[in-house]
Design a protein around this ligand. Structure first.
Ligand SMILES: [Zn+2]
Length: 351
């Protein structure tokens, strides 16, 4: 019998299945349906704590989005279909799902900050990191991770939040939400050039937020070892300098080698390794306080397996050894990312 070292919260909710885009959109309810089934069948998941998904309040949403945009989305409630962008549309249940997704992540943040759980993963949809202040984008309605970070700052009294985004796509909406804010640091690895086109090494934040946006755009073909080495090299000095009181992760699984939306080479285990990297950082800086929220991941069986692996790691039922993975990295690929990022950010961060 494995000793359970950490209490891990999960947020699940049936309302997340009621956001139903057209069939040609890859972001479908089946993603979560398969995942929830896999969790229900797995006895090791019995150790997790269910954190109820409250609906976000208007105030929660308005810390990140405009009143006009909130109104526009609330007007879609009960309507069969409203097309917001060519790939982002609502069904009658989408508004409730989106409010429960943003609110579910706030509930996860609250549980972690108040200490009811050690860490948490909000298994929500629609995803969020492409959503901009006043518009939907890339399957995203409200920016869940940004709403959660603002909630942590304004409601929970957290002084500094680090957001890590490992989705294969750049979190443009998250970057824009905090690019002028030195209290929220945004670190993103993403395939580049790729949708949405933002996230170059040289976008580093604006005004008082300059230096607090850290983009690591990567050519296609990066795998577990390279990701682990990049995280293990770039993040520890950043965390040491920034001293976050809470770490949030935009956890996308579309860097998986089987994913139809990306061209990266991660395996199922790689996500557990990245999780351990981030847990080590959270242990160093903020008593392990860590909350993740689901972003992309469009190969349905891989998504279920990878999230299960992340949950086992978060709850200490498995324990990945990061160095064993960084040893397998293609050093040339790692050096490219680390050197370019170091060159840009040296002036902002000591070391
Ligand atoms: Zn993505």
């Amino acid at each position: 019998m494995t000793t359970i070292m950490r209490k891990t919260g999960i947020v699940t909710d049936p309302s997340y299945l009621d956001h139903i885009p057209e069939a040609n959109v890859p972001e479908q309810p089946s993603r979560l349906k398969r995942l929830y089934e896999a969790l229900a069948e797995n006895r090791q998941m019995d150790h997790l704590v269910h954190v109820p998904a409250a609906l976000a309040t208007s105030a929660d949403i308005l810390r990140v989005h405009t009143p006009e945009y909130l109104q526009r989305l609330s007007n879609t409630h009960g309507r069969e279909q409203v097309v917001l962008t060519p790939d982002t549309m609502t069904s009658s249940g989408s508004f409730t799902a989106a409010m429960a997704a943003a609110g579910g992540f706030c509930a996860a943040v609250k549980a972690v900050v108040e200490g009811g759980v050690d860490n948490a993963f909000a298994l929500v949809r629609p995803p969020g990191h492409h959503a901009e202040r006043s518009r939907a984008m890339g399957f995203c309605l409200f920016n869940n991770v940004a709403v959660g970070a603002a909630y942590a700052r304004r409601v929970c009294g957290i002084q500094r939040v680090l957001i890590i985004d490992w989705d294969v796509h750049h979190g443009n909406g998250t970057q824009h939400a905090f690019e002028r804010d030195p209290t929220v640091c945004f670190f993103s690895t993403h395939q580049y050039p790729h949708f949405p086109g933002t996230g170059s090494f040289t976008s580093t934040g604006r005004g008082p937020g300059e230096g607090y946006t850290v983009n690591v755009p990567l050519p296609k073909g990066y795998g577990d070892g390279e990701y682990a080495a990049i995280y293990d090299t770039l993040l520890p000095p950043l965390v040491e300098a920034f001293r976050p009181e809470l770490i949030l992760v935009s956890a996308g699984f579309d860097t998986h080698r089987l994913d139809p939306m990306g061209a990266m080479r991660m395996s199922d285990d790689g996500f557990a390794v990245l999780t351990r990297c981030v847990m080590n950082l959270a242990d160093q800086s903020c008593n392990g306080r860590l909350a993740m929220v689901l972003e992309g991941g469009y190969h349905i069986d891989s998504l279920a397996r990878c999230v299960t692996g992340v949950l086992l790691e978060l709850s200490d039922q498995t324990h990945q050894r990061v160095s064993e993975w960084t040893d397998t990295a293609n050093q040339k690929k790692v050096r490219y990312a680390v050197t370019r990022s170091g060159h840009v950010h040296r002036r902002y961060w000591e070391n």
